[in-house]
Design a binder for this molecule. Structure first.
Ligand code: ADP
Length: 486
């Protein structure tokens, strides 16, 4: 059994012994190796530095007095180059104790006075081992901290929200890339809230959050055409306010959707009101005897009410379709359809109305069979709308010629609806295809409609990657051409 068994918990270190006295070096090596430590030797300071450069040691035992490169220089080297990651213990003669103490001020951990007993050496080494462990843990902690810091950076930089951080003095200390993009500006150190393109309300919120007057503040602002929701919150350092965080959330899309919805609802309300008000006032006339009991006049009033009622039903029908297609809820039964056949059937459907308006209707199809895969009701919605318009906005003894053909490059099918009707000028055509858009002039005044026909036709066409082209001139007529991909 070993006289001095190494304690089980003792840490085994990698130790460099630098001493110009060979006996001293070897002696220390023997004692330390007996404890299981790994020991290397350097016969002078220069050699010690060489070894420190190439290897890694937990502990350096270095003689203070060596020629040329002495213990001071070695300590200095370890502190500067190794960032204090290696523990230095100075070995010195009694005469140089003061100098040895001095090295501890320069970064050496401890010193050992010669001559010493093996136990003295082991005790110093044990203490140094504790210190080495602390250094290793500190290193690990620093690495982790560094990792955490770059992780938070990464997180902040990849956020879809803009982040601005202000310190307690109100100076900008961080602006993430999203915030730079939203605000169209770069981070500038030492900047403040007033540099940002915000209304004063935001700067006020930051100020009052920093002063601890309010907790969180929320406001919305328009910055460079975008709508931002801005949240100002304090961040705490312990129990104290350390600064303010401003979070920017781009709500432009939601804002626009909301605005469109509001507009749509008010347009619908307006459109419903007209015919209903007319019906109510017609009924009033009859009920209050405004027609003097004239049966013929009564019938005329009821006929007009019915017309307005029908227009309302048409409007509601269009609205329902619009709503469904907007939400992508239309269920489709796709079948391969012969377009010439579809057009002929539809023309037969509107023939009565054409006759009533004294409009001559014709359907012509180029040679060959042109098929298209679609839901029949979508094609009806598109083509019937254009046919009704070609009849409605026509003149007595006018024409509506429908022609089906292939585009010159053979990639498209074209269906032209050419009428000889009232036509439109450039200005009037600008908003064509918008919901509820109706041209209001002398010629259109008496023609009923919802202003939704072209808008729904365009939407339905988009689902098939098709489009509509228009050419028109007032008094000359209009041609609407539906273009479908082959
Ligand atoms: P409406 O229900 O009013 O007919 P549409 O969306 O079908 O709604 O058409 C919008 C407007 O475009 C019409 O109010 C009309 O002024 C004009 N318009 C549509 N088609 C024609 C056409 N063939 N000739 C002249 N004007 C037309």
């Amino acid at each position: 059994m070993d006289e001095e068994p190494a304690p089980e918990t003792a840490e085994l270190l990698s130790i460099l012994v630098a001493d110009d006295e060979e006996g001293m070096r070897e002696g220390m090596k023997r004692i330390l190796e007996k404890r299981g430590h790994r020991v290397e030797l350097a016969e002078n300071g220069a050699r010690a530095i060489e070894k420190l450069d190439s290897g890694s040691y937990d502990l350096v035992l270095v003689d203070l007095r060596m020629p040329e490169v002495d213990g001071f220089a070695v300590t200095d080297y370890v502190v500067r180059k190794k960032g204090g990651r290696t523990v230095v213990v100075i070995v010195s003669a009694l005469a140089t104790v003061e100098a040895a103490v001095e090295t501890t001020r320069k970064g050496a951990f401890d010193f050992l006075v010669k001559p010493f007993a093996p136990d003295d050496l082991l005790r110093v080494v044990e203490r140094a081992a504790g210190q080495a462990r602390l250094l290793r843990e500190r290193d690990k902690y620093l690495v982790e901290l560094d990792g955490e810091r770059s992780l938070s950076r990464l997180l902040i930089n990849s956020l879809r929200e803009g982040v601005i951080v202000f310190n307690l003095r109100g100076e900008t200390v961080l602006l993430n890339p999203r915030a730079e993009l939203l605000l169209g500006m770069r981070y500038r150190s030492g900047g403040s809230c007033s540099d940002f393109p915000f209304e004063p309300g935001c700067a006020d919120s930051v100020r009052s959050v920093l002063a601890g007057e309010t907790g969180e503040r929320s406001l919305t602002e328009e910055v460079g055409g975008r709508h931002l929701q801005i949240r100002v919150t304090p961040y705490l350092r312990g129990a104290e306010i350390g600064g303010a965080i401003v979070l920017l959330h781009d709500i432009t899309e939601e804002w626009e959707t909301e605005r469109d919805k509001d507009r749509f609802v008010s347009m619908v309300a307006h459109e419903l009101r007209g015919p209903l008000a007319a019906i109510v006032s017609y009924l009033d006339i009859v009920l209050e005897g405004g027609d003097d009991g004239d049966r013929e006049r009564e019938r005329e009033i009821l006929r007009r009410s019915k017309l307005r009622g029908e227009a309302l039903l048409e409007l509601i029908d269009d609205l329902q379709y619009l709503n469904k297609s907007k939400a992508g809820k239309t269920e489709k039964t796709i079948e391969t359809l012969d377009l010439a056949e579809v057009l002929r059937e539809e023309a037969a459907f509107v023939a009565g109305q054409a006759e009533h308006a004294a409009v001559k209707l014709s359907v012509q199809a180029a040679k060959g069979v042109f098929t298209f895969a679609a839901d029949r009701s979508d094609l009806d919605r598109i083509f019937l709308n254009l046919m009704f318009n070609g009849i409605k906005y026509n003149v007595p003894d006018g024409r509506l010629d429908i022609a089906l053909r292939e585009s010159e490059d053979g990639r498209w099918l074209e269906i032209a609806f050419a009428d000889t009707g009232i036509g439109m000028d450039e200005e009037e055509m600008k908003s064509l295809f918008q919901d509820f858009y109706r041209i209001k002039n002398e010629r259109t005044r008496a023609i009923p409609g919802t202003g939704l026909g072209l808008a729904t036709a365009k939407r339905a066409l988009a689902e098939y990657n098709g489009r509509i082209e228009v050419s028109s001139a007032p008094g000359k007529g209009s041609t609407f051409t539906v273009i479908l991909p082959r």
